[in-house]
Every structure is written in structure tokens, then in C-alpha cells.
Design a protein around this ligand. Sequence first.
Ligand code: ME8
Length: 512
Amino acid sequence: MKDTFYITTAIDYANDKPHIGHAYEKVLTDVIARFQKARGKDVFFLTGTDEHGEKVFKAAKKKGEDPQKFVDDISERFRNLCTILSVENDDFIRTTHSRHEEANKKIVKAMHEKGDIYKGEYEGWYCVPCESYWTDKQLDEGKCPECNREVEKKKEEGYFFRLSKYEEDLLELYDQKPDFVFPESRKKELLNRIEDGLRDLCITRSAFEWGVPFPIDDDYTTYVWVDALSNYITALGYPEGDKFNKYWPANVHMIGKDITWFHAVIWPAMLMSLGVDLPETVCAHGFLNLGGEKMSKSKGNVLDPFELVEAYGTDALRYSLLSGGSIGEDSDFSEELLVKKLNNELADNLGNFVHRTLSFLNSNFDGGIPEREEFTESDEELVEETRRTVDEAGKDLEELSLNTALEKVMALSKKGNQYLNANEPWNNEGRAPNVLNVCGNLCKNISIILFPFLPDCAEKIWEQLGIDESIRSKEWEDAKDFELSDHEIGEPEPLFKKRDVQTKEEEKRSQI
Ligand code: ME8
């Protein structure tokens, strides 16, 4: 049996349409899922929508819509987002679906049976956008310490989860499992907060709110975070589903840095209460800033991933998201940056190498990759460089360093261009078969290690190389082989079209 690999994204609030931050998280997760498949793992990739809670309810009311209809529409947009981004998720969980609601009730009941839920009263400051309570001490100049927005005083009688009971266990977890939270910098913040003391968590809301009915008391619904976090196991059919037995515990929960507390403290405490194994790693990615500023609707700098795909294509959007910087840090994103990368890196480097190679094969070798003789030193160098890149980029991906892995793939294509320039097959008939054999094979190998990042582009390269499904390997290690020989290729076509660096902003300005 194959090793399994279970990876999830956060489930997105169905209160508004998807933005570029959502696209970023899905693409990051998709790269890891595709890479693990290329490594031979049996991968399960889950994403979905978080459809309950006050924030979603208020958004539906504001539009004058029935909440279920409202979330149905928004959830559909998130599904479409996966499609246009070529994100290959295996399941899409919705928290308003009965498969989730019923399993979530079982989870709350099991925590209750364990003696971890009790009735009490809570008074605190509530932040609706974060769906979180804060104490006086935690507030930042009277505002929410997470998002800096206004909070409201709320007093509620409700049910509490004994989070405080798990304080020691959580500290032990952080001590014993150094990779539980990635990157390291996030761990320190969490440890400080745990060491400050954990308070029990109010896990119910009054029943008129939009949520899963609380299974212990009809007067309440379940707190949206207890509802949402459980998606990672309800989707697998917890408690006895085959998928649960097969894929749990998750290898990676990919989430944004703002929700690390919920995933790295509350979620493991819930799992400890249930007696269920803990996930391997909670990977907290940084935020995308737009033009150096935090993305916000009020600033009007929220970019729509649908518009960007429509304008520049999936590969260009995926590439610009993935090459922004290290996963744990915030990275800058803008339409201008996207176009620059499309022109300078995708078209001028990768597209150029593939097109030069294929066009030369087409016009000089009758549309085929010729046989070759012994490798010369120069050929050998490129072959070795390829094998090193496959190993090193693979290691980077295992360590969740996606941007450096992608840089290495692109550096290999640059090496291909340099090799062509240095060997000048157009001026050297004797060398030409070897050089073109190596370059044809390199195009094939690049497409294998490019596939997790830019699957559409890799498919196009395979097609132009005449490598159909029956002989197409996506296995990572196969990118080390230079075995294509006497092989007929397809029709060469440029992979990328260069674009003007005129963003919508500039367009607007030029119209004034
Ligand atoms: O937090 N850049 O949903 P959400 C990068 N429903 N990532 C960003 C981002 C940005 N500018 N803005 C948001 C929720 N994200 C909950 C999750 S999981 C059990 C429940 C990320 O729609 C954010 O960090 O507000 C989160 O991981 C994801 O997008 C969904 O955010």
C-alpha cells in the first residue's frame, strides 16, 4: 500500500466573494499535494467553505437574502476558484451540509462525554469579523488585537470547553514535536500566549444564530470555530469512515498566519479531548500585501483572482503567487509584478528555452528528438545539473520551501538557454544531434518538476513534445532520465505571450 498524505486548506468564510489571498492559499496547497503525488504518495487534498456564524449571517441579511441561498452562491464561487486555478482538490466540504453537521454533533457529544464541556457564564469583548472573545487585558487600545477593529461587550450564558485542562499537554506537544508549527517564528508567539494561561472557551451561541444545533442543549448553536475546525475530520467521515482510518492524521494543515491560534492551540486541544491523533504540521503562511499595503476592502485594493486569470491566464497567476517569497513571510503582490514576471521569467526564460528547442527540432530534425552519441563534458554538466536540481528542489518542497524550489526549476531552464547559446547547434552540424537530444530531454524533465507549480504549462510542454498520456510520467525521479531518443514531437507553439505592463490602475489614469 502507498504511503498516504493528507493536506488541507482553511475553509473560507462564505460571507464574501473569493479574493487573491484565498487563491494564494489554495495554490500553495495544490503545489504540495501535486508534489507528494509525484513522489508516489496516495494524496487526499481537502478544501471547502465555512458557512456558519454571525459574520456570514450578517452578510446574508445585509443583502436581504436567505442565509442558505446566500452561502450556496458564495460556496459555488469558491469551487469555481479551484477550477480556474487548476487546483486539484479531492473533496470540497461545506459546513452547512448534513455530512458535516451530523459528524460535528458527534464530536461535541464525545467531548461532553469526556467531561470537557460544562455550562457557565461568560462576559467579554466580542469581535465579529474574527468570531472571537477577548479579555480586557488582551484588547489592543480597546480594539481587537487580531484585526484592530471595534469589539462589542457581550455577556452570555453558555457551554464551555475546558481548554485550560490541556495547557500542560499543549506545552508538551510544542516541546516534543518541533515541527508541529511552521515556521518557527509563529511558535514563539503561541508559546508565550499558552504560558500566560489558557482560559476555557465558550463554544455555544444563542440558538437564533446561524449554526449547527448544539447537540446537548437545543437553546444553543455551536460556536463557529468548533464547527469549522472539525471539518478536517468530518470530511473524512469521522468517527468510523474508511477515509478517516486511511488518511488521518493530516500531514499539513495549510492556513494563514491570522488563524494560527485556532489551529495550533484550540484544534489540538479538541483532538486531545476526542482521543484522536494530532496533525503533523500546521503551516502558517504569510499574507499577500498589495502594492506594499495590507489588502482591505476599505482601501479598495482587493484583487479579484477571476479577473486576473481572465486577463493573464492560470499559469501567470500561479507563478506570480508562488514566486513571491518564503511561505512564512508576507509577500508583495500586484498586477504589475505579475506582468513583469510573466514577461521576464515565464516568456523570456522558460517559454524561450522550450520554444527554441522545439522549433529547432521541427525545422532541422524533421520534427523529432534525434538519437545521440556519447555525452560530451558540456552535455554531462547539464545532465548533472538537472539531477541535482531534481534532488534539491525535491528537498525544498519536502521542507515547504516552495519559492526556492521554483527558483531552482527556473534556474534550470536558464541553464538550458545558456547551454544552447554556448553550443550553437545552428553553427555546428556535428554537435547538433547531441545538443538537441539533451535539450529535448531537458524540456521533458523541466515539465515534470514544473508540473506541481504550473500544471497547465507542463501539460502544454508534454503535448508539444508529443508525449501523450500513455507515456507521460509525472514521477519526480523520472525528471532525472534523458532517455527520449528518436522520438517524434508535436507542433511547437510559444507557451507565453508577453504583455504590456499597463495595469488597470494605469489604464484608469490614462483615461482621465
Ligand atoms: O479565516 N493573504 O476564513 P477566511 C493570504 N473561515 N492569505 C489570506 C489573506 C491574505 N491577504 N486573507 C485571508 C477563515 N487569507 C476561517 C477559517 S478554518 C477551519 C476556518 C487566508 O475566508 C486566511 O489566513 O477569512 C485563511 O487561511 C484563509 O485565507 C481563509 O480566510
